[in-house]
Design a protein around this ligand. Structure first.
Ligand code: NAD
Length: 495
């Protein structure tokens, strides 16, 4: 997890924007508000931009523009729509280095994490380029005497996407390439804490020749989201963020008759068996717990060491965490960036301090030695008991809580009992039997066997469960195509 490429502190112009505008019907227009939030670089605290908090009038303008554009866009032949995605893909690849730097600057993640995010985002565009195949229907000749049946897919209409701060580039890409290639028009409400990657994506889509109004951006926060969930011109809502807001969005948008997919927070368990292969497991779990400063919905948050792993694996793991270097992700040899805002840092440290008061044992103290500028929390490892608040709640920072179990059954029981989420989980082991038990009995939907960040590629669904997902169809993979298409059944008889 060390930044090995492109390590000069060159911040792209696209990360320094002044007051942001909404992107509606192919034009950059000022939001109808005087309320703006600062967007700082979380590693240096330098101001990058100010983001408007749009309201009902702005959402209404975007929804109407998207609806108008839908009339023509849904008539464009599917291979032509896919051709726009091919051109967009080229534009993204040409701007790759700039996009990585932009992502690092606005989010704080280190260069190599941003490079991974950009690569994973572009993979969804690769997938969307296959829309002529993905959107095909099915038919059955002679389903009855002289009667044929045909299933045909159509776009849903206007789709909205509401996204979190932690993957400003990739998470929007989970949504709009598939939505647009399937013939929908799209309104993105990016995180108000990391709105700059979205602005650049709109510019690149325009460069790819996408017709006006097919992709729109409304900046803002809760008010804009509430409007998107209730606006009559919006047919589908995709949300990614915390479980609390995911549930609000799911309920509100469903109440207004929209189809919804709402991905929530996470509390991911890692099980380390006594037969785990030491070195690669240590590296993988270090990346899982502290990569992206722990601000990943797939981050390992609780590590259960089984049997003798407590004596052999754990001390080596703590030593590895001691070697992690904090800093601005565009600087040389930096392993760990900041968390997104001062209040995130305060919240995370609050959990650690309350945990210690309640009897947790500090194995590595990340409160020490942080840079004086920026919102840094060092890698923190704390041994807790299963009843602790830190075992249940999503911390979303570089903090790993350690539990102990006697065997894989005990570790799986802890995984299920201590948390209400079901996003991801990993086991590190050489035993096929333990891995099989884990696969069958784990309460999470995305599982890693000797893989610490079990992120499905774009061709598969991002399969959270329990409080990590509200809805039926996941983002990406076939589920993503299903979500952004509606079916018609045609039954035909010729007299
Ligand atoms: P968040 O829930 O605070 O914000 C997400 C979006 O919701 C933002 O666009 C924000 O403007 C909007 N929002 C915030 N409060 C709102 C409210 N009261 N009403 C309506 N809209 C509101 O999440 P975040 O802090 O930006 O992102 C981190 C969270 O996202 C973590 O919980 C993380 O686990 C989760 N996440 C989940 C996945 C997944 O795939 N399940 C992926 C990435 C992030």
């Amino acid at each position: 997890m060390t930044a090995t490429l492109g390590t000069t502190r060159e911040i792209p112009a696209s990360a320094q924007r002044g007051d942001l505008k909404n992107y509606i019907g192919g034009e950059w227009v000022a939001a109808r508000t005087d309320q703006y939030l600062d967007v700082p670089n979380p590693a240096t605290e330098e101001l990058l931009a100010r983001v408007p908090l749009s309201g009902a009038a702005d959402v209404d303008a975007a929804a109407r523009a998207a609806r108008r554009a839908f009339e023509d866009w849904s008539e464009v032949p599917v291979p032509e729509r896919a051709a726009y995605m091919f051109r967009f893909r080229e534009a993204l690849l040409d701007s790759r280095e700039e996009l990585i730097r932009l992502c690092t600057t606005e989010n704080g993640k280190i260069y190599s994490d941003a490079a991974g995010e950009v690569r994973r985002g572009i993979e969804v565009v690769d997938f969307a380029c296959g829309m002529p195949t993905l959107m095909m229907g099915t038919n059955l000749d002679q389903i009855s005497r002289g009667i044929d049946s045909e299933l045909v897919r159509f776009p849903v209409g206007v789709a909205a996407g509401i996204t979190p701060f932690n993957f400003p580039f990739m998470v929007p890409l989970w949504m709009y390439p598939l939505a647009i290639a399937a013939g929908n028009t799209f309104i993105l409400k990016p995180s108000e804490r990391t709105p700059l990657s979205a602005v650049r994506m709109a510019e690149l889509l325009a460069e790819a020749g996408l017709p006006k109004g097919v992709f729109n951006i409304v900046h803002g926060a809760a008010e804009a989201v509430t409007e998107l969930c209730s606006h009559p011109e919006i047919d589908a809502v995709s949300f990614v963020g915390s479980a609390r807001v995911a549930k609000i969005v799911y309920e509100t948008a469903a109440r207004h008759g929209k189809r919804v997919q709402a991905l929530g927070g996470a509390k991911n368990h890692i099980i380390v068996m006594p037969d785990a292969v030491l070195e690669p497991s240590i590296e993988n779990i270090t990346e899982s717990a502290f990569g992206n400063a722990g601000q990943r919905c797939l981050a390992g948050s609780v590590m259960t060491v089984v049997g003798t792993a407590a004596d052999e694996f754990l001390p080596r793991f703590v030593e590895r965490a001691d070697r992690i270097k904090m800093g601005f992700g565009l600087d040389e040899d930096v392993d760990l960036g900041p968390v997104i805002r001062p209040d995130s840092k305060e919240r995370i440290l609050g959990y650690v301090e309350r945990g210690l008061t309640d009897g947790a044992r500090m194995l590595r103290d990340g409160r020490d030695g942080t840079p004086s500028t920026g919102y840094f929390v060092g890698p923190t490892i704390v041994e807790i008991d299963p009843q602790a608040e830190m075992a249940r709640d999503e911390l979303f920072g570089p903090v790993l809580s350690v539990l102990k179990a006697d065997d894989v059954d005990g570790a799986l029981d802890l995984m299920r009992a201590t948390n209400r989420y079901g996003n991801a989980g990993s086991i590190f082991t050489s035993s096929g039997k333990a891995a099989r038990e884990f696969k069958r009995r784990s309460s999470a939907g995305m599982l890693g066997v000797n893989v610490g960040v079990a992120a499905p590629m774009a061709f598969f669904p991002f399969s959270g469960r329990r409080n990590s997902f509200f809805g039926d169809l996941h983002v990406t993979g076939r589920d993503g195509v299903e979500f952004y298409t509606t079916k018609k059944m045609v039954t035909t008889r010729w007299f």
